[in-house]
Ligand binder design. Structure first.
Ligand SMILES: C[S@@+](CC[C@H](N)C(=O)[O-])C[C@H]1O[C@@H](n2cnc3c(N)ncnc32)[C@H](O)[C@@H]1O
Length: 442
């Protein structure tokens, strides 16, 4: 059957719905998974672009639309179309984000107006969308001048986030905000329990796919591709995992037969890595049973769902419900966090979080760590991991943990890793992570 490509107006409307859902607190990945399959790729490209430029969109929209439209989808459509019109009118292509969707101004205005005609509830907004976009076309230069000193428009992050980074990283905050708006590469971790990196690289080469090795088992692809089309997906030869996340499992020094707890396991990236490194007895715990299903399917694809692996849908805070009383040699605490270190990959995160989230997640992390410490064997290790760059979820959390637990001794671990874009010396770059390793004194 021939597939008909969606029109630009359909894609714009689908992306606007996704953006409106983010503004209502839903994650972009989640909301896009509800978008009809034929519209998903184009809506995703538009919505991801918009999230990386949303500070600018809001600032421009504020100048042009006096009264917020009562429909959040129309508000999102106007913001998105303004951004795309700005791209369309940019004469110097070198000034554009490499992923910027480029249309002609005429097509864009026409299709944005058409988008309002695709849904009954939006029909009356045709005139507003048309008027706002045409005014932007006329006054683009003045509008850019008017928002030039607006930090949210400049950095495309909410003001509280900008201030938090200025405070924590007085010399690096600008670079961090800039990196957060760049495009991460597709990085893989080879499953060394079923194949070798050389074999995977050969298979990729034969398929004309260029991949560069990094770290112990990593491969970074020169160009992103749909992952299920890559050689070895069904055979479980590799997993998608950022370079920063690939540092976790090796830090625990796992040996065959060790009792290991992965306390916040889903979707199982680090669970799989631990099982690839050693034949350990592993309990993978996650409070979210739906997400735990993804651990199961990932382990099955990677041929790691062996005896000695147990999946438990429970909270790390309620150890009396899942712990048999035999202490663990190694505990991975990849605790829930604001995810402020992975905004390159999830550009909606900065718009979803609220300032109070930092203290709230830090408090939950503290409770989880205290609960987990009681199941660590004498001489056993606890690895605290967060994908955050806020110190409250990193160094401050680690220091406070040491204060509360006299038997805990800190071992060498990377500490705070800031996000980095790939360069000549570091082909994969990485997301932002925090690592602290503790051993329980015997
Ligand atoms: C950062 S993610 C873990 C990522 C995972 N380790 C990986 O590498 O793929 C944090 C996980 O903690 C889980 N979580 C949140 N609160 C929890 C709790 N009280 N007990 C156990 N898991 C929890 C979340 O459902 C989420 O899946």
């Amino acid at each position: 059957m021939n597939q008909v490509s969606p029109t630009l107006s359909q894609s714009l409307l689908a992306a606007a719905r996704a953006i409106a859902a983010v503004e209502n607190g839903q994650s972009l990945t989640e909301t896009l998974s509800e978008t009809p399959a034929d519209l998903r790729p184009s809506a995703q490209a538009l919505a991801f672009y918009a999230m990386r430029h949303w500070g600018e969109a809001i600032a421009i929209r504020r100048l042009l639309v006096q009264r917020e439209p009562s429909s959040p989808v129309v508000g999102a459509l106007i913001g998105l179309s303004l951004l795309l019109l700005d791209v369309a009118m940019q004469e110097d292509r070198n000034k554009l984000d490499s992923m910027a969707p480029v249309y002609t101004p005429h097509a864009l205005v026409d299709q944005s107006v058409q988008a309002t005609q695709l849904q009954r509830a939006l029909i009356n907004y045709k005139g507003l969308v048309n008027a706002v976009l045409r005014r932007f076309q006329r006054e683009c230069a003045q509008i850019h001048a008017a928002i030039a000193n607006d930090p949210e428009a400049r950095w495309n992050h909410p003001m509280w986030w900008i201030r938090a980074l200025q405070k924590a990283y007085p010399d690096q905050w600008q670079q961090l905000l800039q990196t957060a708006n760049l495009h991460p590469p597709l990085t893989l971790r080879v499953n060394v329990s079923v194949t070798s990196r050389e074999m995977v690289q050969d298979a990729f080469n034969q398929a004309g796919i260029l991949a560069t090795p990094f770290g112990d088992a990593g491969l970074v692809l020169q160009e992103p591709r749909p992952i299920t089309s890559l050689p070895g997906y069904d055979q479980g030869w590799w997993s998608v995992q950022d370079a920063g996340a690939q540092l976790a499992a090796p830090l625990l020094g796992l040996k065959p037969g060790m009792r290991v707890l992965d306390a916040c396991a889903a979707p199982g990236g680090k669970t799989a890595h631990m099982l690839e490194l050693a034949d350990v007895e592993l309990t993978a715990l996650d409070v979210d049973s739906k997400r735990l299903e993804r651990v199961q399917s990932n382990l099955e694809r990677l041929k790691l769902m062996r005896s000695g692996v147990r999946l438990v849908a429970e909270s790390a805070l309620r150890s009396h419900l899942w712990w048999d009383g035999v202490a663990f040699d190694a505990v991975l605490a990849d605790v829930p966090c604001t995810a402020s270190g992975i905004v390159r990959r999830h550009p909606d995160i900065r718009w979803l979080r609220r300032p109070q989230d930092i203290a709230q997640t830090a408090k939950l992390q503290r409770s989880i760590l205290d609960s987990l410490w009681s199941v660590v064997a004498p001489g056993g290790k606890l690895l605290l991991v967060t994908c955050s760059i806020f110190p409250e979820e990193g160094e401050m959390q680690a220091q406070a943990f040491l204060q509360r637990h006299a038997q805990a001794q800190r071992l060498p671990a990377p500490g705070q890793l800031l996000p980095m874009q790939a360069d000549d010396t570091n082909p994969a770059g990485r997301d932002g992570f925090f690592y602290a390793l503790f051993v329980r004194r015997p």
